[in-house]
Design a protein around this ligand. Structure first.
Ligand SMILES: [Zn+2]
Length: 383
């Protein structure tokens, strides 16, 4: 039987930390409802102690959303955890996400603690969080650059203290997929109580490898992925939700895992998040980009029209996108032009079509894309 991978969406927390993005509570609630409809398992709704607005967002989403776990982020500090516990009170399924750094870089230059001190702080944070909810997730910031031997010690101790999900963040987007896979696999194999927790991938896209690393982590045994819609987030962003779940679907033969996500809603939520955050989706973005199902060269158009699978591995309707698009340009061949004319309701003798096609090439040389209006004009003028 295939394994279930849990989708932890952090669009409203890590995603909202994108430079230039600020969502109000009503906008967060609108995205929250869309995430529930999409089928995510966990919504990280904010970092309650960071601001009154974040507190209000976490508490409003906790009150309004059902059928989903609502998560609040904290540092490994008493006041953070108590604040998150308060904000999450109305939630049907509350989760506290606490933790601290594990790399020597973070221990020495940010936390100014020894490894043993940091371990104790982390364990105490988990124990305190457990007083508010059974569902405690522990993050080990900068795991990607940490000494694995120390990571194993931390994981064992925080699971003993009651953490049920262990987040292994590649905070700086530094790792390579095979390394990240080995990190997750190493934790699962070397930590004696690892069977008592679910391991979670949290990757950043500084080197463009967030999706690859997350997928590699799942191969290594992780069963939760932390993602954002459109991959928004600090710096180069987080792992894109739509890329990961679509990869699971298209490469089911390889991953053999399932999620609860309704793929056909991906395009709509991508547009919603883009509109409310003001962060445009690049045209060539995987899965949800405007050009993701558009074909421009003659050879590709001919191939797709003969059989979509020649050049398209994702059926646009699978992710809620409009049908494949044939973009008419100077590189388009006869097949693409004839196809578009047929869609517009025209069919011609070979001779007449040949004259229209010659006219098409002349128009195409003067502009980036030939529109249906241009074709209509050609049909009217070329006899
Ligand atoms: Zn992050």
């Amino acid at each position: 039987m295939e394994d279930r991978v849990y989708i932890f969406d952090t669009t409203l927390r890590d995603g909202e930390q994108s430079p230039g993005v600020a969502l109000n509570v009503m906008e967060k609630l609108e995205i929250g409802h869309a995430l529930v409809d999409l089928g995510v398992d966990v919504i990280e709704a904010g970092f309650p102690i960071s601001s009154p607005g974040d507190f209000e967002s976490v508490s409003t989403l906790s009150r309004e959303l059902r059928g989903v776990t609502i998560c609040g982020l904290t540092r490994a500090k008493r006041e953070d955890i108590e604040c998150a516990g308060e904000a999450l009170k109305p939630a049907e399924r509350p989760r506290i996400h606490t933790g601290l750094g594990v790399s020597d870089q973070h221990l020495e230059h940010k936390l100014r603690m020894s490894r043993d001190q940091a371990l104790e702080v982390g364990v105490n944070a988990v124990k305190l969080a457990k007083q508010f909810t059974d569902d405690v997730e522990y993050f080990m910031e900068d795991s990607g650059r940490a000494d694995p031997q120390y990571v194993y010690r931390v994981v064992e101790a925080v699971i003993d203290a009651g953490a049920t999900v262990i987040n292994v963040p590649d905070t700086t987007g530094y790792t390579f997929p095979t390394e990240y896979m080995a990190l997750i696999r190493g934790i699962i194999e070397n930590v004696p109580n690892s069977d008592k927790a679910t391991f979670s991938c949290h990757c950043h896209n500084d080197l463009g490898m967030a999706t690859a690393n997350t997928l590699a982590g799942v191969v290594g045994g992780a069963r939760q992925v932390e993602v954002t819609v459109n991959g928004i987030g600090e710096r180069a962003g987080n792992t894109a939700l739509e890329e990961v779940v679509t990869a699971f679907a298209i490469r089911k033969d390889f991953f053999n895992v399932s999620t609860n996500i309704k793929l056909a809603k991906l395009m709509d939520i991508s547009r919603l998040v883009s509109r409310l955050t003001g962060m445009m989706v690049q045209r060539n973005k995987a899965v949800v980009g405007a050009n993701a199902y558009a074909h421009s060269s003659g050879i590709h158009q001919d191939g797709v029209l003969k059989d979509r699978l020649n050049y398209e591995i994702i059926a646009p309707e699978l992710v809620g996108a409009a049908r494949s698009e044939i973009i008419l340009t100077a590189r388009s061949g006869r097949h693409g032009v004839k196809h578009r004319l047929a869609e517009m309701g025209f069919s011609f003798t070979d001779d007449r079509f040949e004259r229209i096609y010659e006219g098409f090439l002349r128009v195409a040389d003067t502009k980036k894309e030939v529109t249906e209006d241009d074709l209509k004009e050609l049909v009217d003028t070329v006899k």
